[in-house]
Design a binder for this molecule. Sequence first.
Ligand code: UD1
Ligand code: M6R
Length: 345
Amino acid sequence: NKGKYEHYMQKEIHEQPESLTTSMRGRLIRGGSSKKKSVLLGGLKDHLKTIRRSRRIVFIGCGTSYNAALAARPILEELSDIPVMMEIASDLLDRQAPVYRDDTIIFVSQSGETADTLNALEYARENGALCVGITNTVGSAIARNTHCGVHINAGSEIGVASTKAYTSQIVVLAMVALAIGADTVSTKQRREGIIESLLNLPGKIREVLKLDEQMKDLARSLISEQSLVMFGRGYNYATALEGALKVKEVALMHSEGILAGEMKHGLLALVDENLPIVVITTRDQCFSKQQSVIQQLKAKRSTDSYVYRRRCSNLPLQLLAYHLTVLRGYNVDQPRNLAKSVTTE
Ligand code: UD1
Ligand code: M6R
């Protein structure tokens, strides 16, 4: 039921304040008698000791789920102090990459049924790793075949383009990072700051959703373009990849997400007066570096479009991809050649 919305993708974008609240419900605890903020993930609590002893943590996923893991990597590295590696499921299998008994492997999948991810899970199990699932679907193959895990509880997602599941995956992975990380006097302030920010996120998202008209205007200006480049770095590297994936899969426009640090190592050659570019910047440790990227791009051209976002939300780019698709007259909820759940290799 789409309710007041025209498309499922639109509905799912707009329901993120609620889906994120549900993902955090009962898991993040603010206050209480001791006024202590804490995290409780029922699906992980019996395995935390083993995870903390791992030699490394490996994220495995495909498409948007891979991007969600990439978005969560910095916070997991910071809080766990364990090396975190990224693997695209099919690539891990193509390489038959080494997997060890003292690895913790986190499988991220909205549907829990993606063939590539499932095959990688089978491979990791055979190699004796601890397999953790992060999925939206209770009873799915990934939920059943992992040793433990967390349901993201985002509610069912109908649009083939993943939107609310992406943000819930990131929030759940941030909670996983808090659960794995040591809760000590020296980390208390940082941890409580993160928990507070997570709890405030649904309210922030309500604010960001007000950019709808602005993003529609931006989409209007891009309607006949051939290509759209998105630059991000740090926390926003994943935002750039995910923003570009959305534009490709629903708006059927070529788009590339680029790590801004790599700009001079190739992509800069394509920059001229005409190439539309989105630079994603937030007030984080990469802010001044991104300002310098903007200056360098400006030196090559006279027109620019910028999107500002807050940490943990690629929402403006979801809105952009949605409007671009509708304005270009394509099917938003069922893009050509794609399936919601990719059950073949
Ligand atoms: C669970 C209940 C929830 C209840 C809550 C009360 C389920 C599905 N969830 O939520 O309804 O309100 O207790 O405390 O019954 N798991 C995997 N792999 C995955 C995902 C999950 O093995 O990919 C396992 C977990 O390790 C756990 C179980 O599935 O044993 C349920 O996980 P989750 O729903 O995340 O647990 P809770 O949040 O505790
Ligand atoms: O169900 P999964 O999260 O495992 O799906 C993985 C990808 O197939 C999926 O994210 C795909 O990239 C989406 N269509 C993205 O919107």
